[in-house]
Structures are given as C-alpha cells and as structure tokens.
Design a protein around this ligand. Sequence first.
Ligand SMILES: *Cc1c(COP(=O)(O)O)cnc(C)c1O
Length: 345
Amino acid sequence: MHEISDFRSDTVTRPTPEMYEAMRTAPLGDDVLGDEPTVKKLEKMVADMLGKEAAVYLPSGTQSNQVAIALHCNRGQELICEFLSHTYNNESGAIAFIAGAQVRPIHGKRGVMDPAEVEKMIRPVNLHQPRTTLITVENTSNAAGGAIVPLENILAIADIVKKNKPNIKYHLDGARLWNAHVATGIPLRQWCAPFDTVSVCLSKGLCSPVGSVLVGGRDDIERARYLRKQLGGGMRQSGILAACGIVSVTKMIDRLAEDHKKAHRLAEGVTALKGVDIDMSTVQTNIVNFGVPGREREFEGWRKRLQEERVLALHLNSRWRFVMHNDVDHDDVDRALKALRAILS
Ligand SMILES: *Cc1c(COP(=O)(O)O)cnc(C)c1O
C-alpha cells in the first residue's frame, strides 16, 4: 500500500522505471540549435499518432494552449470557449497577457457547448465589434469532472467553423484527450481531424514529469516554434525529458482504462455517502467530482482530516476533486472511501 494516497491530480505521478532508463540513455542535442534527436523523434511520433503534419514539444500544457491561441488570435480579437475552460480560468489570464485577445465564454452542459449557441456568438464583421477568430474545445473537460465532449458535438461545431473559413480557426485543448480516446475507443486521429491545432499533455495520466505537444499544419507549427522561443520555452537538451514522453505515448495510453475503473469505483462509493451531490453521468474517465451542498465551509477542515488519514485531495470551486492515475491503486480508493465515510456518516 502507498504511504500517501494522493488524489490531488494526475500530474503527481512519478516517472516509471522505464522512463528513468530512457532518460539515462537518450541521445541528446540542442533543440534551440535544431538538432535534438530525441525531441525530434517524439514530435514526429505524436504528429503521426494525431494525424497532423507537424508537432512542437513544449514545457507545459498552458504554454502549448497559449501559443496556439496566439497563433490564431491577434490583439483585440476574440475567441469562443466553454465557460469552464482551463484556458480561460486556469492559465493565469494568459489569453489577455500573451495574445492580447478577449474571450466570449458560453455556458455549456458538462463542458459541452451547444453548436447553435456557438453560431450565435460569432460576431458579424463590422467596424464596431471584435473579430471572432477562434473556437476552442476542451476534451475531456477538467472542470466538468473529466466528462467527454462527444465527437458529434465536435463535428457539429466544425461545420460552423468551415462556414467561416478562413477567418475562424478551431483548437482542441486535449490535455486529457488520451482518456477520451481510451474510454470511447474512437481513434486519436478521428478526434483530431476537425481541428487546426491540438494540444496534448504527457505529464498527466501518461506519467511524464513535464511536457506537452502541440500539433497542426506545418506553417502553424513553424510559427508556434517561434512563439515558444519568445516565451522562453526553448529548452536546449530537452531530449532528456522527451525520452519520457516517448515512453508515455508508446506504453502508457492503454493503462488509462485502469484509472477509469478506479474512478468509477470511488464514485460508486461516494454516491452512498450522506448529503453528497454527484452526477454519475460525468464520471466517464479518471476524475471524480462531487459537492456536499451547504457544508462548503467545512471543506478545509475535512481536507486536513483526510490528510491525517494520508489521503490527499483538493476542493475547487466548492466541489471535491479526486483524480485517478498510475500511482493510486484500489487500496488507495478503499482508504479514501473509509476516510470519507468517517466524515460523512
Ligand atoms: C492540466 C491542463 C492543462 C495544462 O496544464 P499545465 O499544468 O500547464 O501543463 C491544460 N488544459 C487542461 C484541461 C488541463 O487539465
């Protein structure tokens, strides 16, 4: 059994033994000088897997999304996204700070936007209004508890984007696209085909210590490389990290199914607790998100009690979030349920 059951995020995973070995033996170069063989290998692999022409390796998902937004939006232009989006709420105001763009958020359902609403929110082109130049989707939706945005919804919005080509681009924040792929069986390329650019994280369920990849057309990725350098994301001998990324994308995807099973088990247990508000229909991947209405002021005390039982979890926006990953197992789920029962019975 683990010393600590850490459900705070799937980013807390440690590199696997195979990753340490890959780091030790990876051929290295200088990525800023353009000759990092291990980074180049990872970029080519991910571009192929996701069905795009090119890819660029970045230090974080935030930088990857923000580079994509800066590619597609100039100062004073506008993007449309769902109200819960990470790019809008959890990237420290970077849309305004880096691209200088503004956001027109849409209230969706479990992170899913209504295509008719998206169409309505596209600005007419005139002297007075900001230009709409980008629509972004997040899949899976982090704040909606790991819920999957269905492919039909993505395709319906893609049709609207097509009608507005070339003025409007389409970006996917696919930090956990791997989870949507494993949960549905829909191939990664099919998920990515409608989008101009896609950002994926290697540092979450796939266990790399850091790293994200942005994929898209050759010209976009060329410009993305320049933007990454401007943001200080040129990482020299980053092959030592990219080596872990290669293990992530070749060995760590299928095991996400285990995380989904653990999430389901924890959620079922939580459903039985007193006063809990949980929407089982959102428990589709590796996140369990629930509220205990009216008792939010006790949450911080509960967090400390859980910690005393060696269970770490976060409450965000008045809801609890437990995230499954490679370094929690079924015993950890049992420990969490036992601790929650002690608090909520
Ligand atoms: C984690 C995450 C990111 C990127 O986060 P970093 O910590 O910057 O790597 C982007 N989008 C979503 C939905 C995420 O969950």
